[in-house]
Design a protein around this ligand. Sequence first.
Ligand SMILES: Cc1cc2nc3c(=O)[nH]c(=O)nc-3n(C[C@H](O)[C@H](O)[C@H](O)COP(=O)(O)OP(=O)(O)OC[C@H]3O[C@@H](n4cnc5c(N)ncnc54)[C@H](O)[C@@H]3O)c2cc1C
Length: 512
Amino acid sequence: MTVDVIIVGGGGSGLACAAAAAQRGLDVVVLEKRPAPGGTTGIAIGSFTASRTKWQREAGIDDDPAEHERDAGQFGPPEHQRLNNDSLRQFFLEHGADTLAWLEQLGLSFHGPHPEPPNRVPRMHNVVPNAKAYIAALQAELSRLGGRLICDADVQSLMRDDPEQPAAVTGVTYLRHGKTETLRARLAVVLAAGDYAASPELIGRHRGEEFTCIEGINAHATGDGHKLAEQAGAQLVNMQITYGPELRFVPPPREPFTQLLPASGSSMRVMGWLARRAPKWIIRRLIKRLLVTWQHPEDALFEDGAILLNQQGERFCNELQSPAREIAVARQTGKVGYVLLDQRLVRRYEAWPHFISTAPEIAYAYASDYLRLRPDIAVAGSLANVCQRRGLDPARVAETLRSYHAQLETGADPYGRRDGPADAAMDASWLLLGPLKAYFTTTEGGVAINRQFQALDALGRAIPRLYAVGQNGLGGMVLWGHGLHIAWAITSGRLLGEQLGTTSGTTQPNET
Ligand SMILES: Cc1cc2nc3c(=O)[nH]c(=O)nc-3n(C[C@H](O)[C@H](O)[C@H](O)COP(=O)(O)OP(=O)(O)OC[C@H]3O[C@@H](n4cnc5c(N)ncnc54)[C@H](O)[C@@H]3O)c2cc1C
């Protein structure tokens, strides 16, 4: 079978590309390896950071993508920002607002803009009710226009069999229900296969062998698109930069309430209408439920004296040293750890500015929020009680606390800490949070691309008919902070889809 465009991956970037190309009359097929589309986009919170948007204007905020680019460079470690592809990020930020408007036309609603320093003005727009709405709306648009999504289709290799253009990518082979299938593309093969947070091979090669024990939050983010690009001779850039590892609580056994809210159809539009009029505290409450699902416990908890325990009830690292702490957690039984807070800390982490986790400046989750919303990972009571409820040996934990205190007094803590829970009494009140794991949230390495999203080889030459978008095609940009990854995924997908529709029938662009 031959189509105009093949898209590898049915997450945010792939579906955006497919929907935009289908809007321009192209024959599109999305191949998705999972039984359903969504990818990491589908489990995200859904924040979309952009400048000069309609929502900003309505809030009286005067903004500019050039200012946004300056602020984007203030997020995260400076040594990473030094590696940023400035011109591509500037290009991206200039198109974010149009993407939001496009998404609104597809029926999506947003609340915000919310502040997130060091952004100097509020730029974070949050989709209602969560990121699953992106997938639902894009999939609905694709299907309305006759585009096809084939699930359980695991793309294995790129084809290059055009005798007139041997370097050109002409199609893909994919595995479906145990059978190898082929599909050819007249115009483009688009890599939209997400990140490599769950690829020990790519993580080991680029970040270091010691990180291979750490999982990706999305266990299916295995960097397939990066590997396919590499096999086709594309250059991969900034592969050593990862978002994480971070400690995060394991997900709830059932989907949280907000994940169950309607993400498509008329009910979603009603929710969007309500969200724009709802008091801020209701929005915060909704976001709080997402916060306790995936957000990481703040480092301040450990700085204030909380300790980490393993399943055997023992300490195993210096809780203040990251990423050594995350590597240590990933090496424990079941790859899990628990955070133990004494009575003093439980009281302290009950009011701002002492929160357990946050979506900065939007919502904060405190000890009582975790006890109320995540009883599966938060227990309070006597030491014996909290330990028994998590299968930890209370006597062993009490012994760990006693020896830790003795070591603190003599300065002999084997892991080098000088503080700890103030109260080691067995009958005092404690809060035990966990299990938690060390996770990579996402990765910042991607295929080198130009502004036409063409994959580039080591000499900067475009590989004919091969394109990359989303996390797969980051092109050397550093997108630290909240909301830029989804903004890039959907913006890059939309722009490429529109471009393919516009240039079809003419010569393919080749600007580098
Ligand atoms: C918990 C969490 C919360 C987040 N929240 C936010 C947020 O609020 N805002 C924000 O900006 N960013 C957020 N992020 C990051 C953001 O969600 C992602 O970076 C972004 O959505 C990635 O989009 P994508 O299209 O590049 O990849 P994905 O959405 O992951 O899509 C890739 C798709 O390709 C498929 N695929 C992979 N390999 C193959 C193959 N061989 N064959 C066929 N299909 C394949 C995958 O199954 C997947 O469906 C969050 C990340 C996490 C983990």
